[in-house]
Write a protein that binds this ligand. Structure first.
Ligand SMILES: [Zn+2]
Length: 405
């Protein structure tokens, strides 16, 4: 390959073609450096000693795998009086076994191809492909600017169970741009420690925070962002209601006899799904179960009533009246979990109705992002590499969900 072809196809400059070898369908080109200089002071007052040969994988030529083989030299500089090893400028990093040009190709292909598909295509170890992407993402998300952030969303997300313990992550997003601003391990205020420090340094002006109604987050926000409006959005209110409903279902399951148990078994999702999403058969089954299990039936209807507030209330005043009404009905049911829910709503009514005051806060983006994360967990968590997983979350807004991890 001529010097000019080396440059134009592989982005290799300063080296000369020597010879070719062919090995089992692979093309190997031996090249040599044109001129040596001291890597520290660029002096020509040097002595050069060959030390070993390195083989670097480059972009394919047609369907053939293509490698560069180059002699690495040790250079003694008479000015610096030190011996150094010649480094190769066309590598993605000093110890890399692939060229920067191949690295760029891999990163371009990653949006369309899985790690295993790329590793098969270039006959590369999958770890090299993953490492290549990881280095790229690490650089891309090295410094995330918070300066212009105004509306953020905080979310805790269940990842998996490790050695019997539930593993969570806490994700902070810019709800206007959709960018992921922070990923913390665990849940609660402690998982936001590092984000709090970054906030203080950034001097940003956060106006509103969408989050759930947990005491830990509320006190974290009051301490770290005292002037921001807390918003308990649709997504988080309904999520909490679903948790309560699930508690009632489990409690009911414990109290009933075997025959009734069979009836209720595996119907968890029937109660948690939105009624309008159910097939007619499932809807009929839900209606029957509501009659048999009165408490659970009441709670299930209360959840639908709560959801309807979000469809019906046109402004914060209407919403406030509707929530108060909901709370008084919830108390009349005398179901412990519903009374708890009513208390939580009343204690946080300002933040719940703030949802109507804050235009631009859409729970659709919240819910959509949570679905994307769940997809990512299924795909990427198998790598058992927390750092890579975190970087993939930062990159989620730029990721097509159809592509493979
Ligand atoms: Zn020197």
């Amino acid at each position: 390959m001529s010097t000019s072809l080396l440059y134009h196809t592989q982005n290799i400059v300063g080296f000369q073609h020597q010879s070719y070898k062919f090995e089992k369908g692979k093309v190997i080109e031996l090249i040599n450096r044109n001129v040596f200089t001291c890597p520290k002071c660029s002096s020509h007052n040097i002595s050069v000693f060959p030390s070993r040969t390195r083989r670097i994988q480059c972009d394919k030529i047609g369907k053939k795998l293509f490698y560069i083989e180059v002699n690495i030299h040790r250079i003694y500089c008479r000015n610096c009086k030190v011996v150094s090893t010649d480094s190769l400028p066309f590598l993605s990093h000093p110890k890399s076994r692939i060229s920067s040009s191949l690295k760029r190709t891999i990163i371009e292909l990653r949006s369309e191809m899985s790690i295993s598909a790329i590793s098969k295509y270039f006959e590369l170890d999958w770890r090299i492909v993953k490492d290549c992407e990881k280095r790229y993402l690490k650089k891309k998300f090295k410094a995330i600017k918070l300066k212009n952030v105004r509306i953020i969303g905080i979310d805790e997300i269940y990842v998996t169970r490790v050695k019997g313990k539930e593993k969570y992550i806490t994700v902070v997003r810019d709800l206007e741009s959709g960018a992921v601003l922070y990923v913390g391990s665990g849940k609660g205020a402690k998982s936001l420690d590092r984000f709090g420090k970054r906030l203080r340094h950034s001097k940003c002006n956060v106006k509103a925070i969408a989050m759930d109604m947990s005491k830990a987050y509320i006190s974290w926000v009051e301490e770290n962002l005292p002037n921001a409006q807390k918003v308990f959005d649709h997504f988080h209110v309904i999520k909490l209601m679903n948790d309560k409903l699930d508690k009632i279902r489990r409690r009911t399951a414990k109290e009933i006899d075997e025959e009734q148990k069979t009836l209720l078994k595996n119907q968890r999702f029937l109660f948690l799904r939105n009624v309008e999403d159910l097939e007619p058969d499932a809807k009929q089954l839900l209606d029957n179960l509501r009659k048999v299990f009165k408490g659970l039936g009441d709670a299930s209807m209360m959840k639908e009533a709560l959801r309807s507030i979000y469809h019906m209330a046109g402004n914060a005043v209407e919403a406030e009246a509707a929530f108060k009404n909901w709370c008084s009905i919830a108390r009349q049911t005398q179901i412990k979990e519903l009374i708890d829910m009513a208390k939580t709503i009343e204690n946080n009514l300002d933040g719940i109705t703030a949802y109507w005051k804050m235009s631009g806060l859409t729970n659709a983006s919240m819910e959509g992002f949570n679905n994307k994360i769940r997809w990512l967990i299924r795909q990427a968590y198998g790598f058992r590499d927390d750092e890579y997983f975190t970087l993939k979350i930062y990159n989620l807004p730029n990721t097509k969900v159809e592509a493979n991890i």
